[in-house]
Design a protein around this ligand. Sequence first.
Ligand code: N01
Length: 506
Amino acid sequence: VTGMTPPQPRRAPGSQHVQHLVVGAGFGGLGTAITLAEDGEDDFLVIEKGTEVGGTWRDNTYPGAACDVPSPLYSFSFAPNPDWSMSFSPQPEIQAYLRRVAAESGVLDRFRFGTAVEHAAWDDAAQCWRVRLSDGREVTSTTLITASGGLSEPRLPDIDGIDSFQGEIFHSARWDHDVDLAGKRVAVIGTGASAIQIVPEVRKVAGHLDVYQRTAPYVIPRNDRAYTRLERLAFRHLPVVQRAYRTAIYWGRETYVPGFTRQPRLAWPAKQLALANIRKGIADPELRERVTPDFEIGCKRILISNTWYPALASDDVDLVTDRIVKVTGDAIVTADGVERPVDVIVVATGFHTTDQPIAQHVVGREGRSLAEVWSEGGMAAYKGTTVHGFPNLFQVVGPNTGLGHSSMVFVIESQLAYVRDAIRTMRAHDYAAVEPRRDAQDTWNADLQQRMGRTVWNRGGCASWYLDEHGRNTVLWPRATFTMRRLLSRFDSAAYDVTAPHPTTP
Ligand code: N01
């Protein structure tokens, strides 16, 4: 027999069945859709709560939004982008790229925008996912492929009185472009990757800017430049040139960064670069001291900017390092008792990372949600992609697949190789369901966590969004990315319980 036997679920009247239901239309969801179509797996539906493709690159439109991964690494390998203008791409170019790839791939007719997955439960009798959408419809599917993003749900700070603020307030990933910042007193809370891009831009228009720093980050120079006309011509007409850039950057990063996460002495040059960046950007010794990090470099994401320190050093910007104790109707109050009036608060406080919101909505074979299962020991999956107790669930950018040093597009393509081989295997052997065995998943995670213990992320003396409440790093991949690619190159059925189709329809 060849071909997954189509399940014959009990359906609600008017419900639709598809072979594959994909959640999310960012790099992950779009890549999944294109891959499925390429394999002739045309019976799929992509559910996206936003109004178009793009994911994080659609949502993050704040001033200065740009990628901190070099452009040549930031496209699908099957769709290089000849249009990059800079060595680090601004957000509008990435969003334009994703729109173009989506339009040219011919898959958009299977995307349902403006719709969210409210509930997805595995029906063990019918061997399918039963999914309720926000538009009230029910869809059943053989596989559920979540590509809802690791950095998609804003994390709002729990600050006393913040709800009583009478001015404008919004998260960095939900920028309110209707708010005119010209001449206003603006506060930016946070000093992560988003804030360091926002502050230098907002400073140019705001009347005054207060930057609230809880932890000083390491910031190294951003070696950004516009590509020359010759380079751009080459990208367009000689794709091999961009491929060569891509290979050189990839291997340059791969040979240095994964090693330095485990060997502090290898991090020394990066630390010197960051400290020199402070000296170059800030003359005042007192301010220099306040922006100097007190943990090992690499423990948190290393940021890149040439404009962050000069912005902090400028007269119209104050760096506030006293803890925020409350927000009033028109001011922010810090632990030293100072009350700073403010018209607009930009909350650049990051995302829900170790508590993925999609996990609350996905319910497995035993009637428990992913969130419930993960609340016991933290996020865990097999090969970052499949989860014991959740048959035919595939997660693109699942637990421990994040990178601090290279491109998530590489990770996504590695995972897609695994997912497509899983689907081929299911078809070839007529499996109705595949589910990683608990022992395989446990062994995989024990190895990951053992490796993690040796990295700067766990022992570098910082609190970061990589660590969950148990202090486990369930976000990052602790090995070289080519190792990930190799380990995900084939679907390993031996690690799975497989189910033959039910002979009769329930
Ligand atoms: O978020 P973050 P982000 N009171 O979590 C502070 C990617 N990204 O949006 O360090 C006061 O890093 C918090 O302080 P602390 C990239 O992977 C990529 O900036 O926890 N402060 C921190 O300073 C990145 O790592 C690009 O002590 C509070 C900040 O808010 C990830 O997104 C661009 C607080 C949050 O920093 C997230 O970056 C932008 C509170 N209650 C982002 N709560 C690219 O260029 C939090 N903070 C590709």
